[in-house]
Design a protein around this ligand. Sequence first.
Ligand code: NAP
Length: 286
Amino acid sequence: MTWLVTGATGMLGHEVVALARGRGHDIAVRTRRDLDISHRDQVESAFQTLTPRVVVNCAAWTAVDDAEEREREAYRVNADGPRLLAETCARHGARLVHVSTDYVFSGDADVPYGEGDPAEPRTAYGRTKLAGEKAVLDALPSAAVVRTAWLYGAHGSNFVSTMLRLMAERETVEVVDDQFGQPTWAVDLADRLVTLGELGSAAGVFHATNSGKASWFELAQEIFRLSGTDPGRVRRTTSEAFVRPAKRPAFSVLGHARWREPGLEPLRPWRDALRAAHPELAKPFR
Ligand SMILES: NC(=O)c1ccc[n+]([C@@H]2O[C@H](COP(=O)([O-])OP(=O)(O)OC[C@H]3O[C@@H](n4cnc5c(N)ncnc54)[C@H](OP(=O)(O)O)[C@@H]3O)[C@@H](O)[C@H]2O)c1
């Protein structure tokens, strides 16, 4: 039974391919060059050739700031693409696991967002990803839509790799202490995406982040600590000092109610995941 993984060269896609292969699945890997998910003919032809039973969509426009100026292009990848995948899965009887984001929420809350809480994106990226969620569930109500946040991993640039690099380059590093979220290891998320692919029946919205809560400052301090480096070299700053084209949500903590359902298990606390990930992530910086 073939699985199709789109966006397979991205940070998350890499881990989904590795995890699913490790669990014995026959994986068809597709990068943007092989399969642009926003092209109807390419999607149809991939389904004709591969006849996948499960599709895990890790492809996305993830340049959050660029999306502010190029929302139409981001929409093609984040909304039109997932709609095409869902319609094609529906026609071919395939299961779809689609990845979304905390940016669908406003970030104004102070208690974790539940899966059913109203979405209210404040950025172009968030609007395009919310449109993608809706398009997927309209076309294929049995699909699983999995929101994640604050991802890091061994493939591609992310906050953890940036901190490991800056630790070697600078004496001190300034990091914001007024945005809160859940640092999430791509390997842990990939494991749950594969589980959702295997379970034929889990439908609707899931939140998949490592549990707990941290500010970027707290995360940076933990990375320094795990690297045997003085966490006092991380200095607090505020979002006002780091203005970006797309406003970052102040609060991106997600609730995990759906992982209490049969056959599912919530992700571990973020500090445990970071401790497990650190040796591999730190290797290129030694
Ligand atoms: N990173 C985070 O912190 C974070 C947080 C919340 C949610 N997410 C979500 O997690 C998912 C995976 O993100 P990631 O961090 O792994 O992103 P990533 O490293 O940027 O990977 C995205 C992949 O999608 C591919 N892609 C872009 N446009 C495509 C298209 N039209 N057709 C096919 N493939 C296309 C990219 O290929 P090219 O490299 O060739 O462009 C890349 O391989 C996304 O849905 C993202 O929205 C990520």
